[in-house]
Design a protein around this ligand. Structure first.
Ligand code: IMP
Ligand code: MG
Length: 184
């Protein structure tokens, strides 16, 4: 049986099995660019940034620290993946805790693939009657699902491969990699 990967050192030893798609430096630069756009777009607004756990936690923490205008942070959690496969059923595991009615909400996602998760969350958020809801996703997988118009801020477009790192996991591991990669 394969030994489970438990430590960061093991993750880095596995590096030669992972193809780096976006380096730490590329990600940092792109996060700064997105932060400038968000500052311009939300200047003087009552902004609540809502991170979709768990995948968005690293992107969100870098993004909110780069945005120089005041904002509130909240989180929700949905799940649809089991063993790296999309089950097709989106479950809301926990919801935001502060009122968002009348506020400008920026949803932060790690990756939009089929868009099923995003549609589900958007419907859920819109029922709370915020002033606006926009979406920032670190990655957008070009799978032809035709939902690009729902994503206002895209970090990078990725090929249709299973990606890991910078928040994204495979069976719960690899979220802590500082870059985004895919298995070779
Ligand atoms: P969608 O509902 O098909 O758009 O899938 C979106 C969610 O599935 C994301 O928020 C991720 O949590 C997960 N996901 C989709 N593709 C990947 C991937 O390549 N790597 C890791 N997680 C993924
Ligand atoms: Mg996710």
């Amino acid at each position: 049986m394969k030994a489970p990967l438990r430590q960061n050192s093991d993750l880095y030893m596995k590096k030669n099995e992972i193809e780096v798609l976006f380096t730490k430096e590329q990600i940092q630069k792109r996060v700064e660019e997105l932060a400038r756009q968000i500052e311009d777009d939300y200047h003087g607004r009552d902004l609540v940034v809502v991170g979709v756990l768990k995948g968005a936690f690293i992107f969100m923490s870098d993004l909110v620290r780069s945005v120089k205008t005041p904002l509130a942070c909240d989180f929700l959690r949905v799940s649809s993946y089991e063993h790296d496969k999309n089950t097709g059923v989106v479950r809301m595991e926990f919801d935001t805790t502060q009122p968002i009615t009348g506020k400008d909400v920026l949803l932060v996602e790690d990756i939009v693939d089929s868009g099923r998760t995003l549609r589900h969350i958007l419907k859920h958020m819109e029922a709370k009657e915020p002033r606006s809801v926009k979406v920032a996703s670190l990655l957008y997988k070009e799978t032809g699902a035709g939902i690009k118009k729902l994503v206002n801020y895209i970090g990078f477009e990725t090929p249709d491969r299973y990606v890991i790192g910078y928040g994204l996991d495979s069976e719960g591991i690899y979220r802590s990699l500082p870059y985004i990669g895919a298995f070779k």
